[in-house]
Structure formats: structure tokens, C-alpha cells
Design a protein around this ligand. Structure first.
Ligand SMILES: C[S@@+](CC[C@H](N)C(=O)[O-])C[C@H]1O[C@@H](n2cnc3c(N)ncnc32)[C@H](O)[C@@H]1O
Length: 318
């Protein structure tokens, strides 16, 4: 399993673009990888910049234990924490780390998450409907949400977190199916979605819809958009002046949210446009360095299918 897992880790996305934009002063400092995964980005950073330490954070205990092995030779230069990047401020305080020089949020799933059927993230591999990033989390799994939510809530989840076409029809199919027996597995859910569409959808389109349905439940289980917003704001709170925030998104909802929050933080004032003077008192906190998000090169997209939907945004703390 270790070898299988590390195979995936060798394909971190947009690495060159990140390395070219990390800024390290004379005194070095700490770079925070808020979504360590299998450590692909962390390894590239720790190797390129000998004067810095890396703090790797992830909710997934299994990834952390693999990285513990992988980074053993780096000694004190590599630190690990099982936590959410949404509590970055508290975490740094507890660890006595001040003002990191850079923070990376490579949001969403790793290829390893998708391929491990036990986690329930994939619509094509059979597994339990879990979808939590943290196996020790005490919040409801996808199974509980799917089997216990009112039809209207299922509809809202599908629509707001997945922009799923025919969300109402799918919600009602889920409720009908669970009336006969509980929906236990990823492939149960896949079958229900396929049945809801029947022959009304072209065969080539159904996988796109299934990806949206699974995304919607994953976002609902992990509070993904809320966590991302908290993570972005707290990253900006804690970064050193001149430090850089790197955010990679693969899905349009997280991509749009990141763009909105970075723009707000760059603008500062949130007063309505027709107010003659600012009453909110909020000041710009960052400068966005990527007017347009960076997309992988054709070579990277050809070599790594997962990179095709990736967009990187970089901002500098003022
Ligand atoms: C796209 S992968 C990161 C891959 C990594 N950059 C690499 O090179 O291997 C995203 C990782 O973020 C983790 N994750 C998701 N939400 C998180 C959160 N709120 N806090 C910390 N880690 C999170 C997932 O468990 C997953 O391992």
C-alpha cells in the first residue's frame, strides 16, 4: 500500500509555478503545507529551500503516517500535524510558530483518496459511503446524510454544493430508494443517479453528473466551502508580511469562492459602492499576484490527468 500510495504522491500539481514564487528571506522560516496529502509539494519545497522548515497539516491520519516515513531524514525541518487548515491560527499558536513565509492549500481530494475505495469518494469504485477526510471526525458520514436528510435538504445539497442538473429528481429518487432499503455503498448511489436519468441523458454525460453528485455530498460532509473560507482568511491573518499564499482549486465552486475572498481581501473596504466614506474600516491585506489563475502547461496536463482542472492563485501579504 505504501508503494501504491507514493506513486500518486509523485505527481503534485503546478510544482514549478509554486517553487518559482516562494520567497525566502535570509533567516529562512516556516512554510505551511495546509493540505499535505502524500507530501509531493512539501518534498519539492523542503528540497529546494534548505534554510526553511515545513509544517505539513492534514486531516487524514493515513497520509500523515506515510509522510512521517517519507520525511524521516529531514529531522526537525519537517513537522506534522493532524488537524484542519481551518484552525491554522490556533495550531501555530500552540506550536509557537510565528508568521510563516508561505502557505499552500491544495484543496480537495488527492488521487490516492479517489483511488482508495474504502473512503467512499469515488462513484466508480465500490466502497462505504463515508467521504470524511478525517476517519476520526465525529461529524456525520455521507451515508447518514443520504439516508437521514429530508428530501428538501438533499435537493439543497445537490444544487448548492454540486450544481447538479435535475437535483430535485435525484433527491426524490434517493428518498424512494431508501424507503426500500438503506443506501450503503458508493455504487448504490451511482445506480440510483443513473436510474433517475434513465435514457434521458447521453451515455457520455452521466459520469459528469455523477462527479457533481459525489462532490455535493463530499462538500456537505466536510463543510468544504466553509472550511476553505476560514482557511483562506486565517492564512492571511497569520502570514508574515511579504509571505505568499498559494491556493490550488480543481472545482468551479471552490475556485470561485477563492477568487471572491482574495478580491475582498485585496480591496479591503466592503462598504456599499454608494457610501461616500468608508464605515467598515477594513483595509487591504494582500496583493493578488495572479490576475488570471495559473493553469498547468500542456505537457503537465498530458502527463497528469488530474492536473487538467487545476487552477493556482497566488497572493502576497502586505
Ligand atoms: C489534493 S490533496 C493534496 C496533495 C498534496 N499537495 C501532495 O502533493 O501530495 C488534498 C489533501 O487535503 C486534505 N484535506 C482536505 N481538507 C482538509 C482540511 N480542512 N485540513 C487539512 N487537510 C485537508 C485531504 O485529506 C488531502 O490529503
Amino acid at each position: 500500500m505504501m508503494r501504491e500510495a507514493l506513486e500518486f504522491s509523485h505527481r503534485p500539481v503546478l510544482v514549478r509555478e509554486i517553487l518559482d514564487n516562494v520567497r525566502v528571506g535570509e533567516k529562512g522560516g516556516v512554510f505551511v503545507d495546509g493540505t499535505l496529502g502524500l507530501g509531493g509539494h512539501s518534498e519539492a519545497i523542503i528540497q529546494r529551500f534548505p534554510s526553511i522548515s515545513v509544517l505539513g497539516i492534514d486531516l487524514d491520519a493515513e497520509s500523515l503516517s506515510l509522510c512521517g516515513e517519507r520525511f524521516r531524514d529531514y529531522g526537525d525541518r519537517f513537522m506534522l500535524q493532524e488537524s484542519s487548515y481551518a484552525r491554522l491560527d490556533d495550531l501555530l499558536l500552540e506550536m509557537g510558530i510565528e508568521s510563516p513565509i508561505g502557505i499552500l492549500l491544495d484543496t480537495g481530494l488527492s488521487s490516492f483518496d479517489i483511488e482508495s475505495s474504502r473512503r467512499g469518494f469515488s462513484f466508480s469504485h465500490d466502497g462505504p459511503l463515508d467521504m470524511r477526510y478525517s476517519q476520526s471526525a465525529d461529524y456525520p458520514t455521507a451515508r447518514e446524510i443520504i439516508n437521514e436528510s429530508l428530501q428538501e435538504r438533499l435537493h439543497t445539497i445537490l444544487w448548492t454544493y454540486g450544481e447538479v442538473p435535475w437535483a430535485r429528481r435525484i433527491a426524490s429518487s434517493i428518498v424512494r430508494a431508501r424507503g426500500t432499503k438503506p443506501i450503503e455503498s458508493t455504487l448504490d448511489l451511482t445506480r440510483i443517479v443513473k436510474r433517475a436519468f434513465g435514457s434521458r441523458i447521453k451515455p457520455g454525460k452521466i459520469n459528469g453528473v455523477l462527479a457533481q453528485v459525489f462532490q455535493a455530498f463530499r462538500y456537505a460532509v466536510n463543510g468544504e466551502l466553509e472550511v476553505l473560507e476560514a482557511g483562506l482568511r486565517k492564512s492571511i491573518d497569520v502570514l508574515a508580511s511579504g509571505g505568499r499564499l498559494f491556493v490550488i482549486c480543481y472545482e468551479s465552486l471552490s475556485h470561485r469562492l477563492t477568487k471572491k475572498i482574495l478580491r475582498e481581501e485585496e480591496r479591503g473596504c466592503v462598504c456599499p459602492i454608494d457610501f461616500p466614506v468608508c464605515v467598515c474600516g477594513r483595509k487591504p491585506r494582500i496583493r493578488i499576484l495572479t490576475r488570471r489563475a495559473i493553469h498547468p502547461s500542456d505537457e503537465e496536463k498530458a502527463a497528469n490527468v488530474r492536473s487538467r482542472s487545476a487552477f493556482l492563485r497566488i497572493a502576497e501579504k502586505l
